[in-house]
Design a protein around this ligand. Structure first.
Ligand code: SF4
Length: 435
């Protein structure tokens, strides 16, 4: 008999959450390889086009299909009690899943996507509900929580964990032969609100605050034909906005991104591309900027973090200030709107004393682009994450929370002051002539 597999993207428990083209791409990719060998159903708690979410007027999307999630305030969990912000459960109400399960069960297997380690409460909630309604289903967890906090995830009640990106143990557990050439299972959505592509895996850099070097042993491009098949599938489903989830999209661009974008242009595929995972400004040449704009890139998020050379060298030398300035110049000359170019800077990094954050914020502002403070999340197993044991219990994943850590490190008032400064700097741009 064909096995029935339920795919679940769980709710998020956090202080903040926003749909920045958030899709359970890892789970959809694994499911895609089983296309034709299993029957699938999806419950994506974070789907803003689900009939329940679509009825909520305040959840309307912006022009690039980003937007707010349905949420409800709940008490702060004990380890985060001292953080003076409202804690929330984001995503579809719990009852929707229970009704869905009762109607759709039985399932042989349930795949649950995990993302941030500190979102585990949503994963545990889903497991609890499945156990009540569909006790025989085998529950399988994959993703970052399982990879980075394996011991903790073992207490979740799941039957099988898939840490890292080697899926061989999963295929053996399921006793199904995968087809590695198949694209992600996007058709499991009635209509995806946005799509995701990943042309590469891993990153050649080793930044001291980042999990990517631990998760992927090396940088590896995916076959071009595979990426194009995923793009064609998304395009046929009417998806207009596509986010790249690559960690090093621009590395080896001659062999990866450039051939891909040339095909996009040749095939006259009209979509809006976005780069929420941050682009490395070092690799943005005049020619690449021109091709990216021509092929449909609309928003450009650049990973900058700090203008301090001392900090840049200490954390991995991924990019320097002059490289950011040059990249911005190329993007604007190619036709990118300054308002759609954003440089991320880490807020609450444990070596903030050398980061010169305010100087960095002013430097980004002087380039005429938006700055965005990316709250620092200490990631277990990374050099910077392990250093944070000085301040937080790293064995409790809730303490990796990105809203909490800057407040713990810098204090509530200083964190707010820096965030207000960023808002003011961005407003100063919208008042100026280039906007
Ligand atoms: S360049 Fe980006 S993805 Fe690569 S290690 Fe550094 S922060 Fe991580």
């Amino acid at each position: 008999m064909t096995p029935r597999i339920l795919l679940v993207n769980p709710p998020i428990y956090d202080f903040t959450a926003y749909d920045f083209w958030l899709k359970p791409y890892g789970m959809l990719s694994a499911a895609g390889k089983l296309r034709g060998s299993a029957d699938f159903k999806l419950l994506d708690y974070m789907d803003r086009l689900h009939p329940f979410a679509a009825r909520q007027k305040h959840l309307e999307s912006d022009r690039w299909n980003r937007g707010r999630f349905h949420c409800q305030k709940i008490p702060n969990p004990k380890p985060l009690e001292s953080i003076p912000r409202y804690f929330r459960r984001f995503g579809l109400p719990r009852d929707i899943f229970k009704d869905f399960l009762t109607e759709e069960e039985p399932f042989d297997f349930v795949f649950i996507q995990t993302t941030m380690t500190y979102w585990y409460k949503g994963v545990w909630e889903v497991i609890e509900d499945i156990r009540k309604v569909s006790p025989k289903a085998k529950i399988i967890l994959g993703g970052n929580y399982v990879t980075l906090c394996r011991n903790h995830a073992e207490q979740s009640g799941a039957d099988f964990l898939v840490p890292g990106n080697n899926l061989e143990p999963l295929w053996e557990y399921l006793k199904i032969n995968p087809d590695p050439d198949q694209p992600a299972l996007w058709e499991v959505y009635e209509k995806p609100s946005a799509g995701v592509l990943k042309l590469t895996e891993g990153c050649p850099f080793k930044c001291t605050y980042c999990s990517v070097p631990m998760v992927y042993s090396r940088f590896k491009p995916r076959p071009l034909e595979h990426s194009l098949a995923e793009l064609e599938l998304l395009y046929s489903l009417g998806v207009e906005n596509i986010a790249f989830y690559d960690d090093a999209l621009l590395f080896d661009a001659d062999k990866v991104l450039i051939p891909f974008l040339n095909e996009v242009v040749n095939r006259s595929i009209k979509v809006n591309f976005h780069s929420p995972n941050a682009l490395n400004a070092r690799f943005i040449t005049e020619e690449l900027a021109e091709l990216m704009v021509r092929a449909g890139f609309k928003t450009f998020y650049l990973g900058f973090e700090s203008a301090s050379q001392q900090w840049q060298k200490r954390t991995g030398s991924k990019v320097f200030s002059d490289e950011l300035a040059k990249a911005v110049k190329h993007l604007i000359s190619a036709g990118a709107k300054p308002a759609n170019i954003t440089a991320y800077q880490i807020l609450g990094h444990p070596h903030i004393e050398t980061q010169q954050l305010e100087t960095s914020m002013h430097f980004v502002n002087s380039l005429g682009i938006r700055g965005m403070l990316a709250d620092f999340s200490p990631i277990p197993g990374t050099p910077d994450g392990d250093y944070c044991k000085k301040w937080v219990d790293m064995d409790e994943p809730l303490m990796h929370n990105k809203t909490a850590f800057p407040i713990i490190l810098l204090g509530f008032d200083e964190t707010n002051r820096l965030k207000d400064l960023q808002t003011k700097l961005n407003h100063s741009l919208s008042d100026s002539r280039i906007y």
